[in-house]
Design a protein around this ligand. Structure first.
Ligand SMILES: [Zn+2]
Length: 254
């Protein structure tokens, strides 16, 4: 997760975003339908997670991945970029350093969560995934099969890379017959709880118990490049953002 170079006009990511108390008290969140059963995902042969940047998979779905891994699911993470553009003005965090560090932070985070997963790094340019849709679709079409679940960032998430991944995942689902669910990361920032454009009827709540939330907190602490200040600059993921990702549930759009 990182600040985009530009955002679609209606879904601009700026300022400190929607506060967590606004979300938690909103009827949309309180009334979210839970997934039908604890082992809802085990009917799929493989669980693919399309993550635009190293951290999106854990921010949005770390708890769910921990549960699925405990249940023995075959989890495969497609890490689309290495997240090298998160610190555009920084002297301490060069793109080369971030390319090295961020994928390692993700692996440490998965370790904290006890997630066993195959990780496939594509190395597409951070911030320009949209220019590589054809290649990304080919990559997915070669791998994802009809009996699989593909989890991808929302087509309306507000970050160009996230939306490009969502667009391509939906196409890949149409081609392969795989089930596609979308997960929000930046939506929690730009949207308001009464936002009419959010397809709440498709949203599902995936419950996370307190033990796994604690492990997710430890996993987020591994993303030091994102959660620690960069000299006098604030962190990419400041403290007020983290509670969005430490709720006792995660959300997907089915
Ligand atoms: Zn991201």
């Amino acid at each position: 997760m990182q600040l985009p170079s530009h955002s679609p006009a209606r879904r601009r990511i700026e300022g400190s975003g929607t506060t967590e108390p606004s979300w938690i008290g909103s009827p949309h969140i309180l009334d979210l339908e839970p997934a039908e059963s604890a082992d809802w995902a085990m009917r799929f042969a493989r669980i693919w997670i399309l993550a635009p940047h190293p951290d999106d998979e854990i921010l949005a779905l770390g708890g769910t991945l921990a549960k699925l891994s405990q249940q023995g699911a075959d989890i495969r993470i497609i890490s689309v970029t290495d997240g090298e553009a998160s610190h555009r003005q920084s002297t301490a965090w060069s793109p080369e350093r971030l390319t090295e560090v961020r994928p390692l932070e993700m692996l440490r985070g998965l370790g904290q969560l006890g997630v066993e997963a195959e990780v496939i790094r594509l190395g597409l340019p951070d911030g320009r995934v949209g220019a590589h849709r054809t290649g990304l679709l080919k990559t997915l079409a070669e791998r994802v099969e009809k009996e699989d679940l593909l989890l991808a960032t929302c087509r309306f998430d507000g970050h160009p890379d996230h939306e490009a991944c969502g667009d391509v995942a939906v196409l890949a689902g149409e081609l392969s017959g795989a089930t596609v669910f979308e997960y929000p990361v930046w939506m929690w920032h730009w949207a308001l709880p009464h936002e009419a454009s959010i397809p709440w009827a498709r949203a599902k709540r995936l419950p996370i118990d307190a033990g796994i939330v604690a492990r997710k907190r430890a996993a987020l602490d591994e993303f030091k490049s994102q959660v620690e200040p960069d000299g006098s600059r604030p962190p990419i993921l400041p403290p007020h953002v983290l509670p969005r990702f430490l709720r006792p549930f995660e959300v997907v759009f089915t």
